[in-house]
Design a protein around this ligand. Structure first.
Ligand SMILES: [Zn+2]
Ligand SMILES: [Zn+2]
Length: 436
């Protein structure tokens, strides 16, 4: 399933224009003590590059007392996080560079790029983000299927990785590659179903719309249907033909949802269930995925309010997250990048869970590299770093690895310990060994 399912059904994006405006103007809102503590912790992580680089302690805002003697703080700037976005590497309309530019224009400080079943857009996004000092969380939205006693339904699971990418990145790449391959087959099946329904859509057109090397999804097929004049708009293509169990619907070869959650954990990622409002059996799916190790679910709507799925998150002790699921279609009902930014308290909770996972993943990745310091292993790590990797291996690699992967992601407290000292020592030995 491409990232199309949620969109025709998205009731949450309507009628909130005014509220959204209000929320956006909230950059100068005052914060209470609890929020300030969260704001400080989150800013420290967001601006780690600066603080690690020059040792300056950041100032977070001015404190003052209100009429009742309660201390409040004025935050320096709003920390807008975007946790869910797509590019032309899957079914989005903007290239990774354009997406980053738009995110920056919208004030986004941290952008998770979560294309469907591919992480191929991450390096370009990283490169573009350097110009703006924006942080990119390497992510992916994985298409899965949930099965339960004769019931099967598509489930999208978001995975968030560290600046060194996933552990066992080759295994993840294979996992995603298999899904993409199944997607080609599925798109062909859908085309032949449409042809039988006397709505001819050429496979070549779909492939062209998807773009070279991009696994086609329902949104691409809907665009081909629109071009052929079979429907009046994309929404109609879904509501009439392409929706789950619709007359032209076909499944691909997606992995089982629970297995995917376990796999994300094994590869050092944080897993979050995407758009639970698109599910037919949300409570069953959420509790099963929780048992498999799910970390959170999308509970924030585009107007910044909590959806009813917030209760399910609480009942299952899951993180509550949210993002715009921006595709760049440009329709008036599309939530823009950064518009579903979650409160700083929520981001803080997310980071409390994510950072230890990322920290231990980074250690494992570096230890693995020390064991097998091959060029390809290095390229795999550097793909997710903030810099285009140098093609030549030299002693500066050690610095590159540490500076680019670690300084932007881990604090001094996380890296100044015996474990990391050992890793750094061994890395420099590896580098010297390469030179000799
Ligand atoms: Zn989705
Ligand atoms: Zn999505």
């Amino acid at each position: 399933m491409m990232g199309d399912k949620e969109n025709p059904k998205k009731p949450i994006v309507n009628n909130n224009k005014k509220k959204k405006k209000k929320k956006r103007g909230g950059a100068k809102r005052k914060m209470n003590l609890e929020q300030t503590v969260a704001y400080k912790a989150v800013s420290e992580w967001v601006f780690l590059d600066q603080s690690n680089g020059c040792n300056n302690s950041l100032s977070f805002g001015d404190a003052f007392l209100d009429d009742f003697g309660v201390q409040w703080y004025q935050p320096k700037e709003k920390l807008v996080f975007e946790f869910h976005s797509h590019t032309t590497c899957s079914d989005g309309f903007l290239s990774p560079t354009k997406l980053v530019e738009r995110a920056h224009q919208n004030g986004v400080k941290v952008l998770a790029l979560t294309d469907h079943d591919t992480m191929s857009g991450i390096p370009e996004a990283m490169e573009a983000a350097r110009r703006f000092g924006m942080k990119i969380i390497p992510g992916v939205e994985i298409s899965t299927i949930f099965y339960s006693r004769g019931h099967a339904e598509p489930v999208h699971i978001l995975a968030y990785y560290s600046s060194c990418g996933p552990k066992e990145s080759a295994a993840l790449e294979k996992f995603l590659g298999d899904i993409r391959e199944g997607r080609f087959l599925r798109a062909k099946n859908i085309c032949s179903k449409l042809n039988k329904l006397k709505l001819p859509v050429k496979w070549e057109t779909v492939a062209k719309i998807a773009g070279k090397g991009v696994a086609p999804g329902r949104l691409h097929i809907a665009r081909a249907m629109l071009e052929a004049g079979h429907v009046e708009n994309l929404k109609q293509a879904f509501s009439r033909y392409l929706h789950d169990d619709g007359p032209a619907y076909s499944t691909g070869s997606e992995p089982v949802a629970e297995e995917t959650v376990r796999f994300i954990r094994e590869t050092g990622g944080v897993s979050v269930l995407a758009h639970p409002w698109a599910l037919k059996k949300p409570s069953l799916i959420i509790s099963r995925l929780k048992d498999a190790g799910l970390h959170g679910l999308e509970a924030y709507r585009s107007d910044g309010k909590l959806s009813v799925y917030s209760d399910l998150a609480d009942a299952n002790d899951l993180l509550k997250l949210g993002g715009s699921d921006y595709h760049g279609r440009g329709g008036q009902h599309e939530s823009d990048l950064g518009s579903t930014s979650v409160p700083v308290l929520v981001v803080h909770e997310f980071l409390k869970i994510a950072r230890p996972i990322w920290c231990s993943a980074i250690q494992d990745i570096l230890k693995d590299y020390i064991k097998n310091p091959s060029e390809s292993n290095l390229q795999n790590i550097m793909k997710f770093a903030k810099t285009k990797s140098s093609k030549t291996i030299s002693s500066s690699i050690t610095n590159d690895l540490i500076n680019q992967c670690l300084l932007s992601w881990l604090s001094k407290e996380e890296t100044e310990n015996a474990d990391f000292e050992n890793i750094k020592l061994e890395l420099s030995q590896v580098a010297r060994g390469e030179l000799e």
